[in-house]
Design a protein around this ligand. Structure first.
Ligand SMILES: Cc1ncc(COP(=O)(O)O)c(C=O)c1O
Length: 393
């Protein structure tokens, strides 16, 4: 998941860094603190929140930690539920916070299984459901609209982990199911989005947003040696982290001025193009007998597929070994793919005769740069060449 920061972000970050502002207290960075407030408001506006409480963080892990910490304050001791494709950080954070964690299986389209979730909710001990919009491995989108509907029958909080996929709310070419999930975001309780993933920022820039500004009461603390210069809000008063790079806020703010978060703007078109690239690569993979495409087409700009030797009966073992060889050969051709071990149930029934359960090592690609769409032909040629070589092995 690498995307170079935009040149304006690099320039703004390095100019600000010469002062090295610290957004903990206002004295540490008056301008950079004001920029952070505006930059976070732009994120909240993108999700149609008229009011919010939020701040930048060092990344998605810490932002999710804060969201689950607030969840733990509101429903002490209750369980955190997240899908088995959610980022592993949620179970680790639950452990850090001393909260019980339950993993909800995904269905064959790699979205949280609602029937299982409802069974769990019936037991009455789930405090918060983490809904992932853009899973790390394959960019799948949980059915947020349907999970919200369950709130009519069961009391629970919804935290959206959109660290990877949040900006796709601006995309114009999502599938109808993904669009419905994104359109439901305004009704959730908290959101994490990482500008250092799809927001063209250098690392060290995540964000957490809460719909109800009143949760600020949980952050209340005193620091006689920190917040003395002004009655205005010091960002450290609404954040668990203390010192934070003000330069991150300056870079994000400057990028937002150049590339505002508007539907059909240049920034949104970059996201559309990554999704189109993933759909096109998936189309080619699905029609090539050397590959197995999953049941569900890519929801965002990440895709995965399995490998198979034509005219043979694929087993998870032979497929996984072939994927590893293609991965190695592709790297030799400067095509840098990834590997991911994923459940066989994500592929059409009978893809691995005699194997309905278990896992297979898949090839995976994250087409997150707008240039990827223009590069689909060379990418395909190299994949073709790498696969031919791997099959001769
Ligand atoms: C969905 C999701 N949540 C959380 C994280 C963790 O974010 P970070 O690596 O910025 O701490 C990631 C990272 O890839 C992610 O994809």
């Amino acid at each position: 998941m690498l995307k170079p920061p935009h040149p304006i972000a690099r320039a703004a970050y390095s100019l600000a860094m010469s002062v090295n502002p610290n957004n903990h207290a206002l004295d540490g960075g008056r301008a950079s603190s004001a920029m952070e407030v505006e930059a976070v408001a732009a994120l909240a506006k993108m999700f149609s929140w008229p009011q919010h409480l939020g701040h930048l963080s060092s990344g998605g892990t810490f932002a999710n930690l804060e969201a689950l910490w607030i969840a733990s304050q509101l429903a002490p001791g209750k369980k955190i539920a997240a899908s088995d494709q959610a980022h592993y950080t949620h179970s680790r954070i639950s452990g850090v916070l001393g909260l019980p964690f339950v993993s909800v299986p995904t269905d064959p389209t790699v979205r949280m299984d609602l029937a299982v979730l409802e069974d769990l909710l019936q037991a009455g001990d789930i405090g918060t459901v983490v809904v992932t919009l853009g899973t790390t491995a394959i960019g799948s989108v949980d059915p947020l609209d349907q999970i919200l509907a369950l709130q009519k029958r069961y009391p629970f909080r919804i935290h959206v982990d959109a660290a990877y996929g949040g900006y796709f709310t601006l995309a114009s070419n999502l599938s109808p199911e993904a669009r419905r999930a994104y359109d439901a975001i305004p009704q959730v309780d908290s959101i994490v989005i990482d500008p250092h993933k799809h927001g063209l920022q250098p690392y060290g820039c995540g964000a957490v947003l809460f719909r109800d500004p009143a949760i600020g009461r949980f952050y209340k603390h005193d620091s006689p040696y920190t917040y003395f210069s002004s009655k205005d809000l010091h960002l450290g008063e609404i954040s668990l982290e203390c010192s934070r790079a003000g330069a991150s806020a300056v870079a994000l703010w400057a990028t937002q001025r150049l590339l505002p978060y508007t539907h059909n703007g240049d920034f949104a078109r970059g996201l559309d193009s990554g999704h189109s690239a993933a759909l096109e690569l998936n189309r080619r993979l699905a029609s090539d007998p050397r590959f197995l495409a999953p049941l569900a087409p890519p929801q965002l700009d990440i895709l995965f597929w399995a490998a198979r030797a034509p005219q043979t009966r694929p087993t998870p073992e032979t497929s996984s070994a072939l994927a590893q060889r293609i991965f190695d050969e592709a790297a030799g051709l400067d095509l840098h793919l990834a590997l991911a071990t994923l459940p066989i149930r994500f592929f059409p029934a009978g893809s691995f005769p005699g194997h309905a359960t278990g896992t297979v090592t898949c090839l995976r690609s994250v087409l997150m740069k707008p240039e990827h769409l223009a590069w689909i032909d060379p990418i395909w040629q190299r994949l073709d060449q790498a696969t031919t070589r791997a099959l001769q092995f």
